[in-house]
Design a protein around this ligand. Structure first.
Ligand code: GGG
Length: 351
């Protein structure tokens, strides 16, 4: 039987709750379908590790994670206790060190889940976020710290190689869907980096003539995603714009709690990382009401990446049926607990 080695990194806040729910769903699907086994190792990194060791992850955490087939993350951050730029650093390092350059964040509407928009046209989009460079590289510094003259410099780096590979990835993804790609920049104001994005898109587009290509500035994109979200298919943008837009696509489809993500190294030189798009939500942590759907659907993306397509499909359709039957946590307007919706998904999988 095939064994996939999975590193579980539940992290902080509701991260532990949604990861526990996801492991229960994965247990149900492996029992039901058989044919493969998931061998977990759990790492209690994040605030729990910080309390014991004064740092959120061990120094050699990248070496530790390197030997797995996939990494499954819950959420990171507890801003009341430690600044977010400290708790988020390991995740950004992981994405960069393992060259997880394609961050894939699907968002869609579901029967049974009300959205905030007036239009009830179904939304089905994928945000592809360049995940290895751009605005998130650790390049900058402070000068005259603590004085009235204090200066902060933070430099973004956009490489032709980085832009080309994420655009090619996005074109290829669009070919598996409705063949429309919208690239997001701010090339009217940021006249070096995003103009390079424009040039690379113009060079590549003729190779993908079967894909309809469009471009929007980030400000127009946020407006159009609210006004006509059903017209978008694959959306690609830089690290920062992809991060922002995937919160927006979560919002317009009902809740960020529904949205999965995959941080992929398409060349498979490193383990890829799967995580719900949402963060640690300290305000509801420990209350048992976190929506596990984004995490469960991230596990479906992980199984697909590992070649377990039948199991991925089983999880997705069980989740859809559980949502359609009215199993709703408070973020999507219901009263169900994390356990209730998890049990409903497990029941839909059937064992
Ligand atoms: N589930 C992932 C998580 O905790 N995300 C929190 C966050 O702020 N992430 C920022 C990012 O994805 O760059």
């Amino acid at each position: 039987m095939k064994t996939h080695r999975i590193a579980l990194y539940p992290g902080d806040g509701i991260g532990t709750e949604v990861v526990d729910a996801t492991v229960a769903v994965l247990a149900a699907v492996t029992t039901k379908l058989g044919g493969f086994h998931l061998a977990y190792e759990r790492f209690d990194w994040g605030m729990a590790h910080y309390d014991l060791h004064g740092r959120v992850v061990p120094e050699d955490f990248l070496t530790t994670l390197r030997r797995f087939d996939a990494i499954f993350l819950g959420a990171v951050g507890w801003p009341a206790r430690l600044p977010d730029h400290i708790t988020l650093t390991p995740l950004i390092k992981l994405r960069q060190a393992f060259d997880l350059y394609a961050c894939v964040r699907p968002a869609r509407t579901y029967p049974g889940v009300p959205g905030p928009l007036r239009s009830d046209k179904p939304i089905d989009v994928v945000v592809v976020r360049e995940n290895s460079e751009g605005e998130y590289i650790d390049n900058g510094g402070l000068f005259a710290t603590g004085t009235p003259q204090e200066v902060a410099v933070q430099t973004a780096v956009h490489t032709r190689r980085g832009i080309e590979r994420i655009l090619r990835f996005s074109f290829a993804l669009a070919r598996t869907r409705r063949r429309k790609l919208t690239m997001i920049t701010k090339s009217n104001a940021q006249r070096y980096a995003y103009v390079l994005w424009d040039r690379v898109l113009a060079e590549l587009a003729p190779e993908y003539a079967d894909v309809v290509t469009d471009k929007l500035h980030i400000d127009a994109a946020t407006l159009e995603l609210v006004r006509r979200p059903h017209t978008f298919d694959v959306i690609v943008g830089s690290n920062l714009f992809g991060d922002i837009l995937s919160d927006l696509t979560g919002g317009i489809t009902g809740s960020l709690g529904l949205n999965p993500s995959a941080n992929l190294n398409p060349e498979r030189k490193f383990p890829s990382l799967f995580e719900p798009v949402h963060g640690s939500a300290p305000d509801i942590a420990g209350k048992g009401i976190a929506n596990p759907t984004g995490s469960v659907l991230s596990a479906a993306m992980m199984l697909e990446w590992l070649g377990e397509n039948a199991a991925a499909t089983a999880i997705r359709s069980a989740t859809e049926r559980a949502l359609a039957a009215g199993n709703s946590t408070p973020d999507i307007g219901g009263k169900a607990s994390t356990k209730q919706i998890t049990d409903a998904i497990v029941q839909q999988i059937g064992t």
